[in-house]
Write a protein that binds this ligand. Structure first.
Ligand code: ATP
Ligand code: MG
Length: 253
């Protein structure tokens, strides 16, 4: 038993095989990067692991618990959370409220408590805001805490996504292209952030297109192509493999 085990996963969408017989394991407290050409199945495997799609066959096991058919919410409670390639922020809510909506559930959510124990409820809300503030500080957005998400730069929005995923309190974080579309400075900030997450004890599975970034962050690399995991290994071994390079840069670009 490993930390995260994906075994024999297949997923078809009509005539398209999005994932074909995917089997791999991830160890804790590392940074594993998923690379591969467009349409390789990278987001699809994230969707399977986090419960956004159900595989036709195969299983997802986390710390020995079979999560294959469990709800997205249950998976977050079990310790797996994700960010999205297209961000999915609440654009019309503030930075603080975007993070508050992701905070792990605690006692005090019962509406009757708010009516019969208002002081208790007020204390809980204050504690939640305090926690949210801490996550916002970790990603360096304290100066933007009351701004609407829609008024942030793209790089700041991506950092807000990290604050949101941290707020779930999950230990395994799946980040779908956290550096895509970022200019040099924002990109460096995100790379630093990713290292910081690892230092905080998180385990990371990251979809990353940029080979230079992969070299800077990954402990290991999983190479997907046409829905299949072609190779998994140490970063340099995979990134410098000529045949994989030809598939990545030659055949599909
Ligand atoms: N919900 C869906 N319905 C139909 N086809 C889908 C669906 N999700 C994914 N696919 C198809 O499955 C294949 C894999 O898609 P996926 O989004 O996993 O690729 P990807 O590696 O994340 O690509 P990209 O680098 O462009 O983000 C593609 O051919 C895609 O069109
Ligand atoms: Mg994708």
């Amino acid at each position: 038993m490993s930390y995260l085990d994906v075994a024999g996963v297949n997923k078809r969408f009509g005539g398209i095989a999005a994932l074909t017989d995917c089997t791999f394991s991830i160890e804790p407290n590392g940074i594993s990067c998923i690379v591969g050409p467009n349409g390789a199945g990278k987001t699809s495997i994230f969707n399977v692991i986090t419960g956004f799609i159900t595989p036709d066959t195969g299983s997802v096991t986390f710390k020995g618990h079979d999560l294959t058919t469990t709800s997205r919410h249950h998976r977050i409670e079990s310790g797996i959370a994700r960010t999205f390639q297209n961000l999915r922020l609440f654009e019309e809510l503030s930075v603080l409220d975007n993070v508050l909506t992701c905070l792990a559930d605690e006692a005090g959510n019962n509406p009757l408590t708010a009516i019969f124990r208002p002081i208790h409820t007020e204390a809980i809300l204050r504690a939640k805001r305090e926690k949210a503030r801490e996550f916002i500080e970790i990603v360096g957005l304290s100066h933007k805490i009351d701004d609407l998400a829609q008024n942030l730069s793209y790089g700041q929005k991506k950092l807000l996504c990290i604050a949101r995923v941290l707020a779930t309190d999950a230990e395994l974080l799946l980040l779908d292209e956290p550096t895509s579309g970022l200019a040099a400075a924002a990109l460096d900030a995100m790379v630093d952030m990713i290292h910081k997450l690892k230092e905080r004890g998180k385990s990371l599975l990251i979809v990353e297109h940029n080979t230079q970034i992969v070299r800077r962050i990954a402990d290991e690399v999983l190479f997907f192509h046409r829905g299949t995991l072609l190779a998994q290994g140490k970063t340099e071994e995979i990134v410098s493999d000529k045949e994989l390079g030809r598939i990545y840069f030659g055949e599909d670009h």
